[in-house]
Write a new protein. Structure first.
Length: 231
C-alpha cells in the first residue's frame, strides 16, 4: 500500500464493517454463543454491539442496564443471554475484538516494508483511518477501560502500549539507519500516541474546523517528521 494512502482506498482494502467484526467474533466464540445459524447470529450481534456503543456513549457502560440494551437492540432479554452471560462478558467481548483488529491492521501495514520513514507514515495513517472507521469502538474502549476487571484492564493497557511499541521500534530502526536523529524515544512514542488519540476523542474540535482525517494525517506526519528527521 502507498504510504500516502487515501482514506477511501484504505476502507476498500481493509475489511472493517461491523458485520465483518461480528462475524469474526462469532467464529472466535462458537462454544459460548448458542445461536448456530451464522446469518442470524451476525445480524443480532450487530444490533447488540451498535446498541451497546450507542448507550455507552450516551450514559456510560456502567449506567447501562441489560433492559436498556434489550430495548435499544430490539431483542428480548432471553435473546441477549444466548450471546453472553453478563454485562461484564459483553464488555470483554467488545474490547477483545476491537484490540485484535487494531493489532492485525497495524502489523499488516508494515509487514515487508523496510524503510522506517515509510513505516512511520503508514502506521500513522492506518491508526487514524482505523479510528475514523471504528470511532464508536475507539471512544468506547478509551472511556470504558476503567470499568474492566483487573485482568482485562491490564490487557487494554498492553494494547495501548502495543501501538507505542510499534512507533518506538520504527524510530529505533530509523535511528540505526541515520534517518532519525537521537531523541527520547519512549516519550516521543507516548506523545505521538496521544496525538493519534486526540482525533477520535475530540472529533468535534476538528469537525468545527472542517479538518478531514486525511488532512489531519498529513499534518501529523509533517509535524512528526520535522522533529524526527536528520537535517
Amino acid at each position: 500500500m502507498n504510504a500516502d494512502l487515501k482514506f477511501v482506498t484504505f476502507k476498500s482494502l481493509v475489511s472493517l464493517s461491523i458485520e465483518d467484526l461480528c462475524r469474526e467474533l462469532l467464529l472466535g466464540n462458537r462454544e459460548s454463543i448458542k445461536i448456530k445459524k451464522e446469518r442470524v447470529a451476525v445480524k443480532n450481534l450487530v444490533k447488540i454491539f451498535n446498541a451497546a456503543l450507542t448507550l455507552s456513549n450516551q450514559k456510560g457502560f456502567a449506567a447501562m442496564s441489560l433492559r436498556d440494551l434489550s430495548a435499544e437492540a430490539g431483542l428480548s432479554m432471553g435473546a441477549l443471554y444466548t450471546y453472553f452471560k453478563s454485562k461484564d462478558e459483553l464488555l470483554r467481548m467488545i474490547q477483545r475484538q476491537g484490540r485484535m483488529v487494531v493489532k492485525r491492521v497495524l502489523k499488516g501495514q508494515i509487514d515487508g516494508i523496510h524503510d522506517p520513514r515509510i513505516q512511520l507514515r503508514k502506521v500513522i495513517r492506518a491508526h487514524l483511518y482505523l479510528s475514523e472507521v471504528m470511532q464508536p469502538w475507539f471512544y468506547f474502549s478509551y472511556m470504558e477501560t476503567k470499568n474492566l476487571g483487573e485482568k482485562e484492564q491490564k490487557k487494554a493497557i498492553e494494547a495501548e502500549l502495543f501501538t507505542e511499541k510499534i512507533l518506538i521500534d520504527i524510530m529505533k530502526k530509523g535511528r540505526g539507519k541515520s534517518v532519525f536523529r537521537p531523541l527520547e524515544m519512549e516519550l516521543t512514542g507516548a506523545v505521538m500516541k496521544a496525538m493519534l488519540q486526540d482525533w477520535y476523542l475530540k472529533r468535534w474540535k476538528y469537525a468545527r474546523r472542517r479538518i478531514s482525517v486525511e488532512k489531519y494525517a498529513g499534518f501529523l506526519i509533517d509535524f512528526v517528521e520535522s522533529y524526527l528527521l536528520v537535517r
